[in-house]
Design a protein around this ligand. Structure first.
Ligand code: PEP
Length: 251
């Protein structure tokens, strides 16, 4: 049995005040589903600390949306993994396609971020996924395999045990276009096979989340697939009701 995870990536949305209201609303309506589903919220850096305080001792965990690729020092504007860990967060999203696309995130940088994430006791949610052009050219398998090999294959066996992977086809993020449940399963099974080739049977326990326009009305069909262990949710994580309804997709 693998962990079932629903993680909300708030991106650059909500003020600190709105973020606290949102997480309190999630906590108030959590109900029974949190006994089986692991909920994670990933607010912007400005309110990570406040949200972590509100969630302390609850079933909701907190993650950052990125971390610096250096440990500390003269890196204006950056936030280190140590800082993120110090405020009580547990996760860091790494390699999100928006960061790869807009901020020049390379595998070399992600290897460094990954190492710092683990060195500070945090767990990465590592995102992979192909663009529409890559899918249409049949390059999707090579692209995703390279994203895994170049970064995940640098992990030790012990680090690998704490990894969460998110498959997020770039063409499905924020577009309303969702991969079909079969397309998601096909890629998730492929990712697991690649992970098994390096880490063996330990990869049977790796949670692989699907991300890309997941909503309450499509979550159940996608989550029902064998190798889909939950979702990384953007837009629909900004309303407590919608976010929690996605978690009900496991039932
Ligand atoms: C995301 O950015 O991780 C994401 C999946 O966004 P959305 O759900 O809005 O497509």
């Amino acid at each position: 049995m693998r962990k079932q995870i629903v993680a909300g990536n708030w991106k650059m949305n909500t003020t600190p005040e709105q973020g606290v209201v949102l997480v309190k609303e999630i906590l108030k309506n959590l109900g029974q589903s949190c006994t089986t589903v692991n909920y994670i919220v990933c607010p912007p850096f400005t309110h990570l600390s406040e949200v972590a305080k509100v969630t302390r001792g609850t079933a909701v965990q907190v993650g950052a949306q990125n971390c610096a690729d250096e440990a500390k020092g003269a890196y204006t504007g950056e936030v280190s993994a140590e800082m993120i860990a110090s405020i009580g967060a547990q996760y860091v999203i790494l390699g999100h396609s928006e960061r790869r696309q807009y901020y020049g995130e390379t595998s070399a940088k992600l290897v460094k971020r990954m190492a710092l994430t683990y060195a500070n006791g945090l767990m990465p949610i590592y995102c992979v996924g192909e663009t529409l052009e890559e899918r249409e050219n049949g390059k999707l398998w090579d692209v995703v395999k390279a994203q895994i090999e170049e970064v995940v294959f640098t992990l030790s066996d012990e680090q690998f045990r704490h990894l969460v992977v998110a498959y997020e086809p770039v063409w499905a993020i924020g577009t309303g276009k969702v991969a079909t449940a079969d397309q998601a399963q096909e890629m998730h099974a492929f990712i697991r096979k690649v992970l098994i080739s390096k880490f063996g049977e330990a990869a049977q326990k790796t949670p692989i989340l699907y991300g890309g326009s997941v909503k309450a009305d499509n979550a159940a069909e996608i989550f029902a697939k064998e190798d889909v262990d939950g979702g990384l949710i953007g837009g629909a994580s900004l309303k407590a009701e919608d976010f929690l309804a996605i978690g009900n997709g496991f039932n």
